[in-house]
Design a protein around this ligand. Structure first.
Ligand code: ZN
Length: 150
């Protein structure tokens, strides 16, 4: 029985962000297993769309040889998906999203979620409905971007 949000999965992603210094995302199947993870590789790959969430979706779709993910697949992310990623979440047929941190805690960095994930999912509901759990385990990651500016 799949039950979201899952603390073990988010803990793993948050640990990865603290040690590897990238936003991390994962695609989780109906058995609560991580099918694919993604981190941000914009600079390494010179691809402005290579965000953690998009990378996780690309890897999962390639692995499963599909462009629409199976039912009961969810995406977990350590940060609120930006407009690009929120749209990709709709196109990929994911059933739900769980994210932790959001731009209130991104310090001097630009507001990546300049349109809230919640708003994009609401506007895209005619194409595909996606459930959303916001700020899950926020306390474990909200100091990440402001850690050096006390
Ligand atoms: Zn993004």
């Amino acid at each position: 029985m799949s039950q979201h949000p899952n603390k073990k999965i988010m803990t793993e992603l948050i640990k990865k962000q603290w040690s590897d210094h990238s936003i991390y995302a994962a695609i989780v199947n109906e058995k609560m297993e991580i099918v694919a993870t993604g981190k941000t590789t914009v600079q390494e790959t010179l691809d402005p769309t290579a965000h953690a969430e998009v990378n996780a979706i690309r890897t999962a779709c390639k692995l499963l040889k599909t462009e629409i993910l199976p039912i009961n697949y969810w995406l977990y992310s350590t940060f609120e998906p930006c407009p690009l990623c929120s749209s990709a979440i709709i196109w990929s047929g994911l059933d739900g999203v769980v994210y932790a941190n959001d731009p209130r805690f991104s310090g001097e960095l630009p507001d990546w979620s300049f349109i809230k994930c919640r708003n994009i999912l609401e506007h895209g509901a005619d194409i595909h409905q996606v459930k959303l759990i916001e700020n899950f385990m926020l306390d474990e990651i909200k100091d990440y971007f402001t850690r050096n500016c006390v």
